[in-house]
Write a protein that binds this ligand. Structure first.
Ligand code: KG4
Ligand code: ZN
Length: 336
């Protein structure tokens, strides 16, 4: 039986989530209330709508998480909440709720960075995993290569200079007429296509760079579609989706391996919403094995936004003695 139960709260984008995690490893409950159906008719997340949805759902989701865990607030040692980065109005709902619970119930509160939470999802999936390792965090808002030197000690090794990988998936999915969220829909379409059909560009950037850029690829796909349409030919969309996905996956994997090599670590991990992409997982696994690196990734439900990963990272902040005060703010932009 774990000694320390942490209740995590996550509201940085369009999932209202609460979870109870024991000793940073045991998921006693994980409740995710997704707003996808609400935002779908707008073709993307509408920030103001997201905030209102979080407000409607947050207390229910917290109650459910406790109920599912079979625990009361009296068993919770610590609350952990995502304080940034993300949609400011959405974050504020989680932070305000967490501060209210903390104040009313006299439970300590710790602040968690959204990217560290994604990275920490790997510890839930692999209880034996220990730092140091390099993690590729790929989500709708971020594409970052992070070296976890020790718990809570990060070094940013690379990041996108323009679009995030998930953002590129979502934008191209929209161009292809697919519903929001674009990533899973594009992956499904790509399954019927040939990844070698169209040689879309790979942005390797300068020799040895571990930064990313996806805006050129996005433009190349749009130009390709426009050219075919002008010629009166209809593109075979599964080939476009598969070739686009292959271009993104190639760059993500090779740069993650390069970053691990440069950092001198033998372990690489994957995290974030895009990490649920099966082609990325398979290709990464194969290439990591070829390079003699151990490869870790969380199960799909721990890749997209969830509060279990927040509770996991929160546990280490709690052990380190970090505490949020009642003046804790939320941050749309928040360096790791
Ligand atoms: O981590 P996440 O849930 O939220 C952010 O922190 O952004 O990631 C959401 C992103 C979206 O861009 C979504 O399209 C993408 O992850 N995504 C995928 C897949 N599942 C989710 N991208 C590619 N393939 C997928 N299977
Ligand atoms: Zn996320």
């Amino acid at each position: 039986m774990p000694d320390t139960w942490v209740l995590g709260i996550e509201t940085s984008c369009d999932e209202t989530s609460a979870a109870v995690v024991g000793d940073g490893r045991v998921i006693a409950s994980s409740v995710i209330s997704s707003q996808i159906a609400v935002h779908r008719r707008f073709g993307g997340v509408v920030p103001e709508v997201a905030s209102r949805q979080h407000l409607d759902r947050i207390t229910f989701v917290v109650d459910e998480a406790l109920k599912e865990a079979g625990l009361g607030f009296s068993s919770i040692s610590c609350l952990a909440v995502t304080v940034g980065p993300g949609l400011i109005g959405a974050l504020l709902v989680g932070v305000a709720a967490a501060k209210a619970y903390s104040y009313a119930l006299k439970i300590p509160l710790v602040p968690v960075h959204h990217l560290e939470a994604h990275l920490y999802a790997n510890f839930l999936a692999h209880p034996e995993l220990e730092p140091p390792f390099v993690c590729l965090v790929v989500s709708g808002g971020h594409t970052s290569l992070i070296l976890l030197q020790d718990h809570l000690k990060y070094r940013l090794l690379g990041a996108t200079r323009d679009d995030a990988a998930g953002e590129a998936f979502d934008k191209i999915a929209r161009v292809l007429g697919l519903p929001y969220p674009g990533g899973p829909a594009l992956e499904e379409l790509a399954a019927a296509g040939d990844p070698c059909a169209i040689p879309f560009p790979r942005a390797w950037l300068e020799e040895g760079s571990t930064d990313f850029s996806f805006s050129g690829l996005k433009t190349a796909v749009i130009n390709y579609l426009n050219r075919l349409r002008e010629e009166g030919t209809s593109p075979y969309l599964p080939d476009v989706a598969a070739s686009f996905q292959a271009a993104i996956v190639d760059v993500l994997v090779e740069k993650a391996l390069l970053a691990a090599k440069k950092a001198g670590v033998g372990k690489v991990a994957l995290a974030g919403g895009v990490a649920s992409n099966s082609t990325l997982r398979r290709h990464f696994e194969k290439r990591a094995a070829e390079e003699g690196l151990d490869f870790y990734f969380p199960e799909k439900r721990l890749c997209t936004d969830n509060a279990a990963m927040v509770a996991c990272a929160g546990y280490y902040h709690y052990l380190a003695g970090h505490r949020a005060s009642l003046s804790q703010e939320a941050f749309a932009h928040y360096p790791l």
